[in-house]
Design a protein around this ligand. Sequence first.
Ligand SMILES: Cc1cc2nc3c(=O)[nH]c(=O)nc-3n(C[C@H](O)[C@H](O)[C@H](O)COP(=O)(O)O)c2cc1C
Length: 306
Amino acid sequence: MKASLHTSLGPLTLDHPIINASGTFDVIEADRILEADLFSDFPFAAYVPKTVTLKPRTGNEPPRLYETAAGLLNSIGLANKGIENFIVEDLPRLAELLVPIIASIAGESTSDYGSCAELLAGRDEVAAIELNVSCPNVELDGRALGCDPERTARAVSLARAATSKFLIVKLTPNVTDIVAVAQAAAAAGADCISVINTVHGMALDPWTLKPVLGHTSGGLSGPAIKPVALRAVYMVSRALDLPVIGMGGVTTAQDVLEFLAAGASAVAIGTASFRDPLLAARLPGELRDLMEIRGISSIGQLSGMA
Ligand SMILES: Cc1cc2nc3c(=O)[nH]c(=O)nc-3n(C[C@H](O)[C@H](O)[C@H](O)COP(=O)(O)O)c2cc1C
């Protein structure tokens, strides 16, 4: 029996369930630096570029990255070129990819989500839009909008009104009840939920005992957060009748298998690609082996087995 890796996210059909996590794989840069033809031989089944905001952002004070015992702390602060530059400079190049593009947007205020979604609504290159609700929000004293179910719902409904594209809402785990935020997003018109973004954390310099990151604290990713992410996928997929994209610490094909079993329809790889840029190319074959030795013939059969 040869297991099928095909999966779908609403109208998006994917050759296999492995995609990249926003902000962790810049295909344009990687194609330029590595001498690999990443555009025609792209390892992920869909491409999620880095989150863009309405206006360009310079991001947080350096240092912005710090490796911890079992994960990576980052405080990039959503540094990005702004959505208009993204549309003009990046989208035409990204359109050369043979996989669906899932544009990621964030807003400093709820209304920004509507404005960004509107700017992408007419772009045929974009198959789906992911709303990153972990951006520091001016209306919430810099806390992420995704900490608040009502504001999340407001942002989603503004984006929903602006576009008929498949709308994914990517949630922050830094809340008491992630299911409540997912339900608010679903009620406001989300088509799919993505979990999780990074977990709040900090690190001290071992000698000076001062915070290492320029921004004092940041977001933790990588293996340390896998159990947190797996639980979020399990809880959200059971509570909602929407497809879920799972991510957080996924490093091996076994991790992918577990996220699918927990209820994900697709799984994103972030931090693990930094350590091993070729990982994504190997994972589909390894996943198929793990399915076949268990007698699992399709992603549909695997999804939700937990
Ligand atoms: C350096 C870095 C930059 C990131 N930038 C973004 C971003 O722009 N938008 C976003 O939604 N998530 C961003 N994330 C979060 C990842 O997409 C992902 O949700 C998180 O890292 C958990 O997955 P992982 O443990 O596989 O990295 C970033 C993560 C890292 C490590």
